[in-house]
Design a protein around this ligand. Structure first.
Ligand SMILES: C[S@@+](CC[C@H](N)C(=O)[O-])C[C@H]1O[C@@H](n2cnc3c(N)ncnc32)[C@H](O)[C@@H]1O
Length: 244
């Protein structure tokens, strides 16, 4: 595919991820995905490993796992790939074609995942999905059932000041103006939920919204959109690794 054709194909897609696809062209996603990659602690060498990417969307992390040597990568998604979200599967398919990737795809809901339906994987990526699920505890049990080694999970968090496990419930669009955000667990709850799902060891590897960033973001939200300052101040995001 030449440069002009690639640019034209890319322009037809509503992108979430920013993926370099050659000729110096990067997909115009709303997400600064490379900066998140630096924070999730994805092993640099995945040679011979099997990797499952749950809620893969445009597939940035699946393609990166393949690039790092994984023997098999399976990307799954349900909401966006099924046409319910504001994105589609078009970006994943275009990127896979352009990258000459062998990443496999499965359209499956988290709640339908099991060793029988998708298999068991050395490394499971569960990035930015937990808080979109109405039943997060069952989802974590499903994710545990397909994790043979290590889970890498990122999630939005709330009430970060609380030491005891607690979850904020968002019945409307109060979390980032997104009605598909249901839950904001605090970090203690994330750890406790992963252990309750069956993981033997859990480590928080990154809390990537430090206080000063949250303060500025909350100020902008208050001035620009009339959001409640304190509620936004205690929201952030963390990355956990958990071992079976
Ligand atoms: C915020 S995006 C995160 C995408 C990617 N994992 C990342 O971190 O950049 C959430 C993804 O979860 C997917 N998703 C939401 N509910 C799902 C469900 N019940 N089963 C599978 N995927 C789901 C959405 O379609 C979307 O692709």
């Amino acid at each position: 595919m030449g440069r002009d054709e690639l640019a034209s194909e890319i322009s037809k897609v509503t992108w979430y991820h920013t993926i370099p696809l050659g000729y110096g062209i990067v997909t115009p996603g709303v997400d600064d995905t490379p900066s998140r990659l630096a924070k999730i602690g994805l092993p640099h060498d995945l040679t011979g490993k099997t990797v499952l990417d749950v809620g893969a969307w445009d597939g940035f992390f699946s393609f990166e796992a393949e690039r790092r040597g994984a023997a098999r990568v399976v990307a799954t998604d349900s909401y966006c790939w099924g046409g319910e979200g504001w994105g589609t599967k078009d970006g994943f398919e275009l990127a896979r074609r352009v990258l000459g990737s062998a990443v496999e795809d499965r359209e499956v809901d988290v709640l339908d995942m099991s060793p029988e339906t998708v298999g068991v994987f050395d490394v499971v990526l569960f990035l930015g999905v937990l808080y979109h699920l109405k039943d997060p505890m069952t989802a974590l049990e499903r994710v545990f059932s397909v994790t043979g080694g290590r889970l890498i999970m990122s999630t939005m968090v709330d009430m970060t000041w609380r030491r005891r496990p607690a979850l904020s419930f968002y019945p409307g669009s109060e979390a980032n103006q997104d009605p598909t955000n249901w839950w904001g667990p605090n970090p203690a709850a994330v750890v406790a939920m992963l252990r309750s799902a069956g993981f033997s060891r859990v480590r928080i590897v990154d809390a990537y919204a430090p206080f000063r960033n949250r303060f500025m973001r909350s100020l902008r939200g208050r001035v620009g959109r009339g959001e409640p300052f304190l509620a936004r101040l205690w929201q952030g995001a963390i990355v956990c690794h958990a071992w079976r």
